[in-house]
Ligand binder design. Structure first.
Ligand SMILES: N[C@@H](CCC(=O)N[C@@H](CS)C(=O)NCC(=O)O)C(=O)O
Length: 231
């Protein structure tokens, strides 16, 4: 059974969605990132980057156990393990990976910085807020163009590129953007939200989701000295 080290944030949720889509048995090990659990030695042994998600598959390639971090790598691994949600033809595969990388290198980091400067920074910095609000809008426009021409990001079929992007669009909707301004993204979003595996994936650890403002102790773990200590 796969061990999933995770927390109910967009990077965790994309893997929860994929595991549910594939029906792979897995055990969830919660890593409360506001409480500093990402710095525990057991977790650092799997990921030196001390970020969720990470998995350990005792039945990895060639029958050996495999530990993996980085949500994009995990999604590719699970897609190849199951033969699902990554096109089999070469060109289709690269198109899918292209949109997955667009999420990993663009949507995730930019939306994350938007959240940081709007919700967590000790002062409201107009330049930073404007910069990341613009980037979130620009990335939505890129997605809108693609999804006005194609049912899903990789083409005709739902794939790991959609799973990776969906939780981030969900997190920005009604905050950085009004999804009604992006009708094709909105159509795509509604379709994915209605999938039973999406509903189940979003329920994983949902009861642990942070409500209300982040406390100073949580901010210290995520943005203070603890976060930047050498390990
Ligand atoms: N590129 C990484 C990013 C992972 C990431 O940033 N995870 C956040 C939660 S969404 C985290 O674990 N933060 C803990 C910390 O900053 O200490 C991935 O996609 O897996």
């Amino acid at each position: 059974m796969i061990d999933l080290w995770s927390w109910p944030t967009p990077n965790g949720q994309k893997v929860h969605m994929m595991l549910e889509e594939c029906g792979l048995p897995y055990r969830v090990i919660p890593v409360d990132i506001g409480a500093g659990e990402q710095f525990q030695p057991e977790f650092l042994a799997i990921t030196p980057n001390h970020r969720i998600p990470a998995i350990v598959d005792p039945e990895g390639p060639d029958g050996h156990s495999l530990a993996l971090f980085e949500s994009g790598a995990i999604l590719i691994y699970l897609a190849e393990k199951t033969g699902r949600f990554l096109p089999q033809d070469k060109a289709g595969r690269y198109v899918c990976l292209q949109w997955l990388m667009f999420q990993m290198g663009g949507v995730g980091p930019m939306f994350g910085q938007y959240n940081h400067f709007v919700d967590y920074a000790p002062e409201q910095l107009p330049y930073a807020i404007e910069r990341y609000t613009k980037e979130v809008g620009r990335l939505h426009r890129v997605l809108e163009k693609r999804l006005s021409e194609s049912p899903f990001l990789a083409g005709a079929d739902y794939s790991i590129a959609d799973m990776a992007t969906f939780p981030w669009i969900r997190s920005a909707s009604g905050r950085a953007v009004d999804l009604a301004e992006y009708p094709s993204v909105q159509r795509w979003f509604a379709e994915i939200a209605a999938r039973p595996a999406t509903v189940r994936g979003l329920e994983v650890l949902a009861e642990r989701r942070r409500r209300g403002k982040m406390t100073d102790a949580q901010k210290e773990q995520l943005f203070g000295a603890t976060q930047f200590a050498a390990r």
